[in-house]
Design a binder for this molecule. Sequence first.
Ligand code: NDP
Ligand code: HSE
Length: 437
Amino acid sequence: MTEPVRVGLLGIGTVGSGTYRVLERNRAEIARRAGRRIEIAWVCARDRERARGIVGPGVPVVDDAVGAVADPATEIVVEAIGGTGIAKDAVIAAIEHGKHVVTANKALLALHGNEIFAAASARGVMIAFEAAVAGCIPTIKVLREGLVANRIEWIAGIVNGTSNFILSEMRAKGLPFAEVLAEAQRLGYAEADPTFDVEGIDAAHKMSLLAAIGFGIPVQFTRAHVEGITGITDKDVSYAEKLGYRIKLLGIARRTPEGIELRVHPTLIPATRLIANVEGPTNAILIKGDAAGVTLYQGAGAGSEPTASAVIADIVDVTRLMRAEPQERVPHLAFQADALSDIPILPMADVETSYYLRVRVKDQVGVLADLARALADAGISIDSMLQQGAGDDENETDIVILTHQTRERNFDAAIARVVELPSVSGDYTRIRREDLL
Ligand code: NDP
Ligand code: HSE
């Protein structure tokens, strides 16, 4: 076997330590696949004592990320620091020094991916980022290689483990939001700033990468529509169940004749669908291609060793391909860089979907007719309805309406009318609904 490939590890937290551990544990098996031994040349962390406790005395530990990547003997830099500060500086420096980069950092690529990919292409190095989307699931590999024959029609997925864990625990055990979030943090699932998880930002980072790879467009996170799970109440979870649905934080990227839908929001999914039953930190992604039809991928979406699995898959891929000419490698965004398309991202107002609407109303004659009129005037047809108990106030009741498909701008117009109705208390919830067929 030829000499080992030397890898520098930026960050030795949840992802970095898992990567180190799995590389050590499966060293021989991985070398048999890669054709070379993978050797950790150095590790970088701010707390060097803590890092030494993980890697032992044999591996140098440094604390200057940008300086470390200049090491001439290092061929691959793994970035597992996170964020868009020092991580970006170190990745750019690594590219300038001619190193291949493996990163788990979706925030960095969602915000600066176009610049980073261009810099890497100009320098003839690879940026591999399987771990940035859906933990251990080889989604990037599937889209860039496995489904290369297909015109991708849509991608929909549960791509944030923390929020799926929270929704699952709230539904199954009735645990409060804050308690489950603290547990997700303890288990290493959550981002350094967990609002990224619960407000849908992390999922949108990932979906903007999947949309780019699926449709051959630049990464456009800032055009994504982003809503998180903080507005979901027990009531809505229970009404959804009664209507035969589960609520999931879903990322959707869909090609339409007018442009690309790119959105993350809580979504009602029929409870009979496999993806509606994906629980805990597990992620699941559905991809519809014109030739393959719908395919489903599921696995751990966060956590130390599941994410390490994806990081190491990239290290091996890069090891196998580093001697190939750049034009013979798989393009960063699946499509050749000069063949990217400028199909626009659709504004949310133009997106077509169906809705769950819950309104709190006075329990009196004519309320239903008023609601139906407001929807009808906006051209929205009602699919089904549920009227549910009085709750705290016996003069009030919840009405839940499922609509047929309409444009979001029509639904917004109807809502503006509904909240002005004298019989409506003003408290309403809107959740989009997808059948994913
Ligand atoms: P952690 O916070 O657990 O680890 C971050 C590591 O980076 C620590 O070792 C930390 O060192 C080091 N670090 C931070 N700042 C610096 C700095 N200025 N200079 C040198 N080292 C620094 O994060 P995670 O492992 O959870 O996440 C890392 C990346 O992986 C993020 O981009 C995240 O989004 C992504 N990711 C995380 C997943 C997960 O399940 N946790 C899954 C998929 C992707 P020190 O402790 O000494 O400060
Ligand atoms: N915080 C992320 C999640 C980590 O919960 O999905 C995996 O990307």
